[in-house]
Design a protein around this ligand. Structure first.
Ligand SMILES: [Zn+2]
Length: 247
């Protein structure tokens, strides 16, 4: 076993021999990887929490996933909580789905299975997360990222970040720009905002504020004065980002 200083970014998991364990550094805690190649070929990777001591995730990869695994493991390490106990995550799976950026909109609600898991799919990839910390991300070419996030310190935001990072690697190119348009700010009383004066539309002394934010799974976002404007901006962003093909 070597406590190497190799950065995970440049790791090639296929060069490990049977039962060889390697340690990699990330911007956060270290990640240890062990390959089993004798009977069937797979890699087990343990991601440490921010303090470098507790195990925050145990993940499994098969050969098809070796090229993309280092990038995802680095993202898991980045999102990992500072400490990790052996309990299930505190994250609500519905909230994970609501926070995930690599997801279509939630117009049809968020169906939960009887085991409490929540799943969704985007072009080229799908995700499922379970309350006990299990996570499964699948690319349509057969690549799988699977394993378990460990510790109650995994909250909705952290689990969503892990799912997003994996789906971003596995998805089809057109899914890298999934836009959503939020709700307008809505009716408010000018006095609540310390304003005096005229509003364009009045309803019982209230003024309408159409300010709406549009977001994209790539991180782009814009806030404009109307929901219609936000929808237009999202459409334009999608067209520009995907090379001009109208949606
Ligand atoms: Zn985008």
């Amino acid at each position: 076993m070597s406590h190497g200083d190799t950065s995970l970014d440049s790791a090639d998991l296929s060069t490990l021999t049977d039962r060889q364990q390697a340690w990699f550094t990330t911007t956060r805690g270290p990640v240890s990887v062990r390959r089993y190649a004798r009977y069937s070929d797979f890699v087990r990777a343990a991601v440490r929490s921010g303090n470098g001591r507790d195990r925050a995730a145990l993940l499994t990869f098969h050969p098809g996933g070796y090229p993309l695994a280092p990038a995802w493991l680095a993202a898991v390490a980045e999102a990992a909580p500072a400490t990790a106990d052996h309990h299930s995550p505190s994250a609500s799976m519905v909230s994970v789905r609501l926070l995930a950026r690599m997801t279509p909109d939630h117009r049809n609600g968020i169906p939960r299975q009887s085991d409490g898991s929540v799943g969704w799919s985007i072009p080229g990839a799908s995700a499922r997360v379970w309350p006990d910390g299990r996570i499964m991300l699948r690319g349509s070419t057969g690549t799988e990222f699977a394993g378990r996030l460990e510790g109650a310190q995994w909250d909705h935001w952290k689990v969503a970040a892990v799912a997003d990072a994996g789906l971003r690697l596995l998805c089809a190119p057109e899914a890298r720009h999934l836009t959503s348009t939020g709700q307008p700010s809505g009716w408010y009383r000018p006095s609540d905002r310390g304003q005096i004066g005229e509003g364009r539309e009045r309803k019982g002394g209230q003024v309408y504020d159409g300010t709406t934010t549009a977001r994209c799974s790539c991180g782009w976002n814009v806030t404009v004065p109307s929901q219609l404007g936000a929808r237009e901006a999202a459409k334009r962003h999608r067209q520009e980002a995907t090379g001009g093909a109208p949606a």
